[in-house]
Design a protein around this ligand. Structure first.
Ligand SMILES: Cc1cc2nc3c(=O)[nH]c(=O)nc-3n(C[C@H](O)[C@H](O)[C@H](O)COP(=O)(O)OP(=O)(O)OC[C@H]3O[C@@H](n4cnc5c(N)ncnc54)[C@H](O)[C@@H]3O)c2cc1C
Length: 293
């Protein structure tokens, strides 16, 4: 199918893009990599009167580290750059490990960090990662901006805290504490497909080797990234033994996720996958945290 007719603007500065969004609001849509928006328009699930193409807004395309270790990622940063840039591998290895699971290289060449977060597909990797990494997201409108925690940004199925005239401009990812380990795992029918189940896990040990903090964030497990807070609480203060890991995996997969069924898998099967992935991810994250100690 073809999209409904639309007007097109391609501003070259953020101010010009913000000005267009302020004037057109809900009638306009931002075009980043187009890897989700264009199919949605072709199916006529979206019929924006105006496309504001931000691909020429160079100030949104950056990756840098602040003096305090915070990693800052501009919204227009391509997913391929996240996969390959040594800074990401060094500062946010969880992100580095997970990005190759997003679709295929051709899609990652175009798809952007901000586009994936704004699209808010509950099966997408980057929203779950943003929550697991404790990212803060900067949303700008003409004449103002605000920061929102990733955990509060995802409001439901393809829904975020973004107002129609706002642009997501960047994410700030705080440095991981010492003795932190991580793992990203997912199961898809074919490599590059959206995951049937997936988890971003992070654990931080205290000086005695017990778990100080754990984060377990699931994709394809509800209407948005799902953080299993109770399961994480079970791990706090514990040695990351097989029994503790099993208890957390059981808690998260039974009580905290709400996976939808689809043509390939029932919710029960997805819970099973999540349980198995949680065990594996926690073992791997614990091992990495011990190595970092
Ligand atoms: C065949 C195929 C397979 C895929 N598989 C996966 C997969 O396995 N995992 C996965 O995570 N993704 C997958 N994707 C989606 C891909 O990752 C997209 O790149 C991503 O979801 C959207 O990023 P984009 O830059 O292309 O955004 P666009 O498609 O340009 O935009 C998406 C939405 O975000 C809005 N938007 C874009 N940028 C901003 C911004 N800075 N501020 C506010 N709103 C903004 C747009 O207006 C639009 O509503 C797949 C896509 C295809 C075509």
């Amino acid at each position: 199918m073809k999209p409904a007719p639309f007007e097109y603007e391609a501003p070259t500065s953020l101010d010009a893009a913000l000005d267009l969004m302020a004037r057109h609001g809900a009638d306009a849509k931002l075009l980043a990599g187009g890897q989700s928006l264009i199919p949605v328009m072709n199916f006529r699930l979206a019929e924006p009167a105006l496309l504001v193409d931000i691909n020429r807004v160079a100030e949104l395309d950056f990756l840098r580290q602040d003096a305090d270790g915070t990693l800052r990622i501009g919204a227009l940063t391509r997913q391929r750059r996240l996969e390959r840039d040594p800074l990401v591998a060094k500062v946010a290895p969880l992100l580095h490990e997970a990005v190759p699971f997003i679709a295929h290289p051709q899609i990652r060449n175009r798809g952007t960090f901000g586009g994936s977060l704004a699209h808010a597909d509950p099966a997408a990797e980057l929203p779950a990662l943003a929550v697991a990494l404790g990212a803060r997201l900067r949303l700008r409108r003409k004449g103002g901006d605000r920061w929102v925690d990733a955990a509060d940004f995802f409001a439901g199925l393809f829904t975020t805290a973004l107002e129609p005239e706002e642009i997501l401009v960047e994410a700030a990812i705080p440095p991981a504490p010492p003795r932190t380990g991580w793992a990203f795992l997912e199961i898809a029918r074919r490599h590059g497909d959206y995951a049937q189940a997936g988890i971003a896990a992070r654990v931080t040990l205290d000086e005695s080797g017990r778990c100080r903090e754990a984060r377990l964030v699931y994709l394809s497990a509800g209407d948005a990234p799902v953080q299993a807070r109770e399961a994480a609480r079970l791990l706090a203060g514990q040695e990351l033994s097989e029994a503790a890991i099993e208890a957390a995996a059981e808690k998260a997969s039974r009580d905290e996720i709400h996976p939808p069924g689809d043509v390939h898998s029932t919710p029960e099967f997805k819970r099973h996958l999540a349980r198995v992935l949680t065990r594996r991810a926690l073992r791997k994250a614990a091992e990495r945290a011990r190595e970092a100690a």
